[in-house]
Design a protein around this ligand. Structure first.
Ligand SMILES: NC(=O)c1ccc[n+]([C@@H]2O[C@H](COP(=O)([O-])OP(=O)(O)OC[C@H]3O[C@@H](n4cnc5c(N)ncnc54)[C@H](O)[C@@H]3O)[C@@H](O)[C@H]2O)c1
Ligand SMILES: O=P(O)(O)OC[C@H](O)CO
Length: 332
C-alpha cells in the first residue's frame, strides 16, 4: 500500500488529500501553521480552508515535513506556485529518492518563467520521469463534496502516471493519464488568467456572449503558447485545457474569477486581495509571467496582455475592453 504526503494544507491540498484517502491511500498532510495541523489531526476538519468538510480517519497532519515525507511514495506538492521553490529547498533532503513528485500548482514562476515541473527538477535534481502534474476542472469544494469530475495526471513515465491514477481514483474522481506535462501545465496556468478576464467582464455587467467569446479566444491564445512550447493541441482540447478553462471561467467558486469580478466592478487590487481572504488567485502573478513567456516565443496573447495591464499597470477594465475590441479585424 502506497503512502502519500500532501505538502500544503490549503483548500486543494486538503480536498485532494481527502480524495487519496477515500481511494484507500494513507495520507499525511504537512501544514505550515501549527493550528491548522492540530485542528486537522484532532477534529478531522480543516476549519481554515475547507470548513464543514469531514476528513477521513486515514488522514493525519503535522508541521514536521520530515515526518510527513517519511515512507511517502507519492509526494504531492500543494503550495502556491510562487512559494514552491522556497519550500522545496527545505523539503528536498527528506524526499525518498524514488518517490513520484506530483505537482498540483497552476502557475508560472515569476522571473524565471519556469513551469512547476521545471522548478521541481531544478531544485530537487529529480529526473523528469519522476515528476507528474495533476490538472483539470477541480474546484476544491466541489471535489470535497464528492461531486463527479475528471482530471488529468501527466507524467513522462506512464507506469508512474498509472500508480498515481490508481492511488486517487474513486467513485466520484476520475483521473486520466497523459504524457503531455507541458500541455497540462500551460492549460492550468493560462486558464487562471483567462478566468480573471471573465470575472472582469462579469463585474462590468457583460453577459454570456462576452464570457463565451473570452473563453474561446482565451483557449486560442493558450493553445498558441502551448504548441510553441511543445504541448499537444489535444491536451488543450481536453480536461486540463477546455475542461478547466470552462469550470474556472464560469464558477463563482473560482478565486481567479472572483478576483477579476471585484476589479470589473471598479474595486482596487487591494480590495480584490482583501475579498480573497488569504486564498491564492494564481493568475494575478502568472499573467505577468505568461505574458513574458509569450513574448519570448513571439506568441500573441492579447487577453493575457490586457489582464496584466489591468492588474499591474493601472489600465482600467473599460480601457482594456476598448483596446481589445479596437484591434485590427482578422480571420479566426
Ligand atoms: N482551490 C482549488 O480549487 C484548486 C484546484 C486545483 C488546483 N489548485 C491549485 O493548487 C495550488 C494550491 O492552491 P490552494 O487552493 O490549495 O491554496 P489556498 O489558497 O487554499 O491555500 C494556500 C495554502 O498554501 C499555504 N501557503 C501560502 N503561502 C505559502 C508559503 N509561502 N509557504 C508555504 N505555504 C504557503 C497556505 O498556508 C495554504 O495552506 C494553487 O496553485 C492552485 O492554483 C487549486
Ligand atoms: O479557484 P481558482 O480560480 O484557483 O480555480 C480552482 C481550480 O484550479 C479549478 O480547477
Amino acid at each position: 500500500m502506497v503512502k502519500a504526503a500532501v505538502l500544503g494544507a490549503g483548500s486543494w491540498g486538503t480536498a485532494y488529500a481527502k480524495v487519496l484517502a477515500e481511494a484507500g491511500t494513507d495520507v499525511t498532510i504537512w501544514a505550515r501553521r501549527d493550528e491548522v495541523a492540530t485542528v486537522i489531526s484532532e477534529t478531522h476538519e480543516n476549519t481554515a480552508y475547507l470548513p464543514g468538510i469531514t476528513l477521513p480517519p486515514n488522514i493525519d497532519a503535522t508541521t514536521d515535513h520530515a515526518a510527513a515525507l517519511n515512507g511517502a511514495g507519492i509526494v504531492v506538492l500543494a503550495v502556491p506556485s510562487q512559494s514552491l521553490r522556497g519550500n522545496l529547498k527545505q523539503w528536498t533532503s527528506a524526499i525518498d529518492k524514488d518517490a513520484t513528485l506530483l505537482s498540483l500548482a497552476k502557475g508560472i514562476e515569476s522571473g524565471t518563467l519556469l513551469r512547476m515541473s521545471q522548478v521541481i527538477a531544478q531544485v530537487t535534481g529529480a529526473d523528469l520521469s519522476r515528476i507528474a502534474v495533476l490538472s483539470g476542472p477541480n474546484l476544491a469544494r466541489e471535489i470535497a463534496t464528492r461531486q463527479p469530475a475528471g482530471t488529468v495526471i501527466a507524467c513522462p513515465d506512464s507506469a508512474r502516471a498509472i500508480d498515481v491514477q490508481k492511488a486517487c481514483a474513486t467513485g466520484y474522481f476520475r483521473p486520466y493519464t497523459n504524457s503531455d506535462v507541458i500541455g497540462c501545465e500551460i492549460g492550468g496556468a493560462c486558464k487562471n488568467v483567462i478566468a480573471l478576464a471573465c470575472g472582469m467582464a462579469s463585474g462590468q455587467g457583460m453577459g454570456e456572449n462576452t464570457i463565451a467569446s473570452i473563453i474561446t479566444r482565451g483557449l486560442a491564445e493558450t493553445t498558441r503558447l502551448g504548441v510553441a512550447l511543445g504541448a499537444k493541441p489535444a491536451t488543450l482540447a481536453g480536461l486540463a485545457g477546455v475542461g478547466d478553462l470552462v469550470a474556472t471561467c464560469s464558477s463563482p467558486l473560482s478565486r481567479n474569477r472572483s478576483f477579476g469580478r471585484v476589479l470589473g466592478e471598479g474595486g482596487t487590487m487591494a480590495a480584490a486581495q482583501e475579498a480573497a481572504h488569504g486564498q491564492v488567485a494564481e493568475g494575478v502573478k502568472s499573467c505577468t509571467s505568461v505574458r513574458a513567456l509569450s513574448e519570448s516565443f513571439d506568441v500573441e496573447m492579447p487577453l493575457t496582455d490586457a489582464v496584466h495591464r489591468v492588474c499591474h499597470e493601472g489600465l482600467s477594465v473599460r480601457e482594456a475592453v476598448g483596446h481589445l475590441l479596437g484591434r485590427r479585424i482578422k480571420p479566426e
